[in-house]
Design a protein around this ligand. Sequence first.
Ligand code: FES
Length: 100
Amino acid sequence: MPAIKMGKVTDLPPGRSLEKRIMARRIAVFNDGGRLYGIESDCKHMRASLANGDVADGVVTCRWHGWKYDLETGECLTNDGFRLKRYDVTVIGDDIILET
Ligand code: FES
Protein backbone atom coordinates (compact mmCIF):
# COMPACT_ATOMS: atom_id res chain seq x y z
CA MET A 1 0.00 0.00 0.00
CA PRO A 2 1.34 3.46 -0.80
CA ALA A 3 2.29 5.75 2.03
CA ILE A 4 1.47 9.43 1.79
CA LYS A 5 3.37 12.10 3.66
CA MET A 6 0.71 14.45 5.02
CA GLY A 7 3.01 17.03 6.64
CA LYS A 8 4.99 17.69 9.78
CA VAL A 9 3.80 17.08 13.32
CA THR A 10 4.38 20.77 13.98
CA ASP A 11 1.88 21.59 11.20
CA LEU A 12 -0.91 19.77 13.03
CA PRO A 13 -1.79 21.16 16.46
CA PRO A 14 -4.74 19.71 18.42
CA GLY A 15 -8.13 20.44 16.89
CA ARG A 16 -6.70 20.88 13.40
CA SER A 17 -6.30 18.73 10.27
CA LEU A 18 -4.11 18.28 7.24
CA GLU A 19 -5.83 17.34 3.99
CA LYS A 20 -4.67 16.13 0.58
CA ARG A 21 -6.49 15.25 -2.60
CA ILE A 22 -5.57 11.84 -4.00
CA MET A 23 -7.10 11.39 -7.44
CA ALA A 24 -10.86 11.93 -6.98
CA ARG A 25 -10.94 11.72 -3.20
CA ARG A 26 -9.78 13.76 -0.26
CA ILE A 27 -8.07 12.31 2.77
CA ALA A 28 -7.13 13.99 6.01
CA VAL A 29 -5.31 13.50 9.27
CA PHE A 30 -6.98 14.98 12.35
CA ASN A 31 -5.38 15.78 15.67
CA ASP A 32 -7.88 15.30 18.48
CA GLY A 33 -6.19 16.12 21.76
CA GLY A 34 -2.85 14.78 20.56
CA ARG A 35 -4.23 11.59 19.02
CA LEU A 36 -3.96 11.36 15.22
CA TYR A 37 -6.67 9.87 13.00
CA GLY A 38 -6.53 9.23 9.26
CA ILE A 39 -9.80 9.27 7.41
CA GLU A 40 -11.49 9.98 4.11
CA SER A 41 -12.54 13.63 4.26
CA ASP A 42 -15.37 13.88 1.73
CA CYS A 43 -18.57 14.14 3.76
CA LYS A 44 -21.06 11.46 2.70
CA HIS A 45 -23.89 13.98 2.64
CA MET A 46 -22.87 16.52 -0.03
CA ARG A 47 -19.10 15.96 -0.19
CA ALA A 48 -18.04 19.01 1.79
CA SER A 49 -14.54 18.75 3.14
CA LEU A 50 -14.48 17.46 6.68
CA ALA A 51 -11.02 18.95 7.11
CA ASN A 52 -12.78 22.19 8.00
CA GLY A 53 -15.00 20.45 10.52
CA ASP A 54 -15.01 20.75 14.27
CA VAL A 55 -13.07 18.04 16.11
CA ALA A 56 -13.79 16.97 19.68
CA ASP A 57 -14.01 13.74 21.69
CA GLY A 58 -13.08 11.50 18.75
CA VAL A 59 -15.74 13.00 16.49
CA VAL A 60 -15.55 15.34 13.51
CA THR A 61 -18.61 17.44 12.69
CA CYS A 62 -19.17 18.66 9.14
CA ARG A 63 -19.55 22.42 9.02
CA TRP A 64 -22.14 22.35 6.25
CA HIS A 65 -25.05 20.50 7.82
CA GLY A 66 -23.68 18.96 10.99
CA TRP A 67 -23.23 15.31 10.14
CA LYS A 68 -20.96 13.67 12.71
CA TYR A 69 -18.39 10.92 12.15
CA ASP A 70 -16.46 8.74 14.58
CA LEU A 71 -12.78 9.37 13.80
CA GLU A 72 -11.75 5.91 14.97
CA THR A 73 -14.13 3.88 12.82
CA GLY A 74 -15.34 6.34 10.16
CA GLU A 75 -18.92 5.51 11.10
CA CYS A 76 -21.46 8.26 10.55
CA LEU A 77 -23.13 8.98 13.88
CA THR A 78 -25.88 11.11 12.35
CA ASN A 79 -27.23 8.72 9.73
CA ASP A 80 -26.89 4.95 9.84
CA GLY A 81 -25.39 3.21 6.86
CA PHE A 82 -22.72 5.75 5.98
CA ARG A 83 -19.06 5.18 6.75
CA LEU A 84 -15.85 6.96 5.80
CA LYS A 85 -12.78 4.95 4.91
CA ARG A 86 -10.15 5.14 7.63
CA TYR A 87 -6.38 4.89 7.30
CA ASP A 88 -3.53 4.01 9.63
CA VAL A 89 -1.33 6.93 10.62
CA THR A 90 2.30 6.71 11.71
CA VAL A 91 4.78 9.36 12.72
CA ILE A 92 8.33 8.89 11.48
CA GLY A 93 10.65 11.53 12.82
CA ASP A 94 8.61 14.71 12.34
CA ASP A 95 6.66 13.37 9.37
CA ILE A 96 3.03 12.26 9.51
CA ILE A 97 2.54 9.29 7.21
CA LEU A 98 -0.82 7.96 6.14
CA GLU A 99 -1.07 4.37 4.83
CA THR A 100 -3.58 4.20 1.97
S1 FES B 1 -22.11 18.19 3.36
FE1 FES B 1 -21.54 17.41 5.31
S2 FES B 1 -23.36 17.47 6.43
FE2 FES B 1 -23.96 18.21 4.51
